[in-house]
Design a protein. Sequence first.
Length: 287
Amino acid sequence: MSTVSNPESEAYAAPRREECVRFWRDTRLGGLECMSAHFVTHRFSPHAHESFGIGAMEEGRKVATIRGVTEHSGPGDLYLINPEAMHDGGPDGGAYRYRMIYPDTAMMMRLIEELTGRPVSGTPFFPRQKLTDPALAEAFLSAHQRLEAGGGRLEAEEVILRLLAAILGRHAGAPLQLDKSLCSRAAETARDYLEAHFAEDISLDRLAALGGISRAHLIRSFRKLFHITPHAYQTHLRIRQAKALLRQGERLAEAGFACGFSDQAHFTRAFKALSGMTPGLYRAAAG
């Protein structure tokens, strides 16, 4: 049994033989509970959560009874479990791996209000608790892995907001009539702020407030106008500045830190993604 802490999350890892659970509360997202689990023989007794339970199968097969309906699931399947929905779960012929997040009702209602531009009456719900949607399941797993890897607030908020917006837009109880208006002035304001403060740990709330629009509208407007998300643009600016520092002979660790990267691993990964090479190789060639 071990405890892992970092600036982005509080984590608890509990391995047992070949079984392993990693659970953490992501402080970048208001303490959003997240879990990745690999089980071989463990079976959950019937239980319910106060929050939503949203997840996707990664490997193997699982069988669960949700509100009296037994469902079998595997890769490509999503779980969209409503608050207080009684359910259990266990292996379906072998080991299985899955990932989950547990957003509360307030978080979901705020997002729906941002997406629709109108107040929410009643509690959001998903009419189907288990469904097959391979593309969205893959998107969920990718987003979850990015959250687990750490990073800044802007990346985490953008990842989870876009993911939940896609899930709600496709599978919510009532079709979401998304507000199609674009706020180019707000997007330009956000871009200017990012250019002036790219090394800071900026939040979507801050960027959206500068333009007087919602977080969801900001992401849509920013992509429409600049063909890139706010976080991707921030990373682009950080790498551009890092290259300038490396050309001047700055050491790798100092260059990454000066440009807002929390650790060398994130710096190296982002640098290679944008330039096709590691920062060390770039510095050596520049010297």
